[in-house]
Every structure is written in structure tokens, then in C-alpha cells.
Design a protein around this ligand. Sequence first.
Ligand SMILES: CC(C)(COP(=O)(O)OP(=O)(O)OC[C@H]1O[C@@H](n2cnc3c(N)ncnc32)[C@H](O)[C@@H]1OP(=O)(O)O)[C@@H](O)C(=O)NCCC(=O)NCCS
Length: 287
Amino acid sequence: MSPTPSPYGLRPAHPEDRLLLSRFLNNTAYSHRHLDWREPLEWLGRQPFVILEKNHEVQAILSCPAEPQEVGWVRIFAAGGNLSPAWAWNMLFERALSTLSAAPVKPTLVSLSLQDWYTDMLLANRFTHHQDIVVLAYDDPPPAVLQLGDGLVVREMHTPDLPAVVAVDNLAFESIWRMSEDDITRAYEKSTHKTVALLDDQIVGYQMSALSGFSAHLARLAVSPAFQHRRIGYRLLQELLEHFINLQGTWGVTLNTQDTNYASLALYQKVGFRLTGERFPVFVHPY
Ligand SMILES: CC(C)(COP(=O)(O)OP(=O)(O)OC[C@H]1O[C@@H](n2cnc3c(N)ncnc32)[C@H](O)[C@@H]1OP(=O)(O)O)[C@@H](O)C(=O)NCCC(=O)NCCS
């Protein structure tokens, strides 16, 4: 007698699955979504994006494509209520790992966690804690203007600035936090206030932030390493606080950084941002 075939199967997701998956995502019992510039289904067409099906019905999905090519963040994991999320994760994850391992540049596999069940599942699957994301908030009048070096100009960022902004970003951030040109372009389009700092017409720093309801969020700040410690970061922050608090009348500004990023924590606290106490762990997988 031949064995009964398993009703479960794995397959890559494709752009044509968008409607099917958007219906599935409306009804999931477990869902982890990365804090991302793209909606989860905007990753369709990029691999690994794996679907677990039972009798051709979607049961769970996992997407962790590399972007930029050195880092693959878990962009979405979602499972329906009819099966254990840990079991679904194991099925999907093995397939995703074999795709990542076959890439010409093997990316670091990373995940943020916003929920305890997801943290427990990552820890049970060989992920190790890398650092925490911490949240800071500012709700005072803008800080004092500090004495700055000669010739620093802060002006609005424009589309032709983006290649120079990507270059600053990639020099300033550790590899897992670097953004691709595509991600920087999306961040630029979604930000309501974005500025660059120039010395001798060269872009040496930038920030991007966005108004959201009554407050604003600083999404990105970086100063090129060769130009750090000249109060360029301070000047970018001070200008954005003036913009949001004095001109836009916002109640405050929030931001996230890593608990191990001592330079940024020192800068933000010097300006007057305070830690809110919220923190979210980041995990790395040693495959
Ligand atoms: C964080 C960062 C933007 C700071 O930019 P910067 O232009 O060098 O900072 P500033 O010169 O304006 O520093 C202002 C104050 O912040 C503090 N500070 C900044 N860098 C510091 C460091 N490495 N160590 C200790 N304190 C520091 C100091 O109090 C400093 O005041 P001072 O000038 O009176 O000493 C820069 O280090 C960077 O781009 N890092 C990588 C990207 C990043 O982490 N971005 C933020 C995370 S979301």
C-alpha cells in the first residue's frame, strides 16, 4: 500500500498571489510584520517568500529577502489558527534558509520582534539576541543653537541628492542597518521633512522624518564618519525640532535607535530626547 500523500505543500509566492495573500492576511491568528518602508505584499516577486498550503489553501507565509544584498530581515511571518505557528515556521524557515544559502552573497539573517510569542519562537530556533531597539521622545521647546564650525549649510533634500545620501548612509551604519538606494528612495517619498547637511557643497549628513497625526517621527539620521564630532548631527536635529515644533505645531518628536549605539544615544540625550522605556529585541540567525 502506498503512503497517504501529505496534504501540506510549500511553494514560492509570486506577484499573482497578491489577492490570495491579502485575503489570508486579513484572517491570521499569528502575524509578525517588520517595521518597514514597504507593505509585506510589496515583497512579492522577491525570494525567499514562501507559502505553506494545505489542500491548496494558504496556511502560513514567510518572507525574508535580502535588501540590500548583505542583510535579510524577516519581513513577514503569518500563520492561520488551524496549526501551530512553531510547526509552520519550521516548515517555511527550512525552505527560506536554503534559498538564502544559495545566494552569491550569503546575507545576515535578522529579525526584529514586537511580540512575546514571536521572541520565544525565534529563541527556540537558534536565533540569538543581537541588540534592542529603544524609543526616545522629545516634547520640549526646540534646543539651544550651538556654536558650529564654519560653512555648514542645512537645506531641504531633493531627488538628485539621493545617491550622495545613500553613500553617507552606507558609510555611517553597521551592515544590518544599511539601506539600499531603493529603500532610501521610499523613505524619501514617505518623509514629510528631509534635509541634508553640506560642507563645501558636499553632502556630509542627512535626516528624514515624517509627520504623523499630532507628532513627528525621525526615521533616519546619519553623518559621514569623516565628518562626525563636528555637531552636524546636533544641527540636523535642532533644525528638525524647530521645523516640527515651531512651524508645524507638533506636540513632540519620537525616534528609535539601538541600545548599543552609544554615539546616537549621547547625541539624542544631549539634545533633550528622553528614553520612553519601550524596547524591542533584534535577533540574528547563525545559519
Ligand atoms: C549619531 C551620529 C548621527 C552623531 O553625529 P555627529 O555629527 O558626530 O554628532 P555631533 O557632533 O552633533 O554630537 C553632538 C553631541 O552628541 C554627543 N555625541 C555624539 N557622538 C558621540 C560619541 N561618539 N561619543 C560620545 N558622545 C557623542 C556629544 O555629547 C556631542 O556633544 P559635543 O559636541 O559637545 O561633544 C553619527 O555618529 C552617526 O551618523 N552614526 C551612525 C548612524 C547612526 O547611528 N544614526 C543614528 C541612529 S538612528
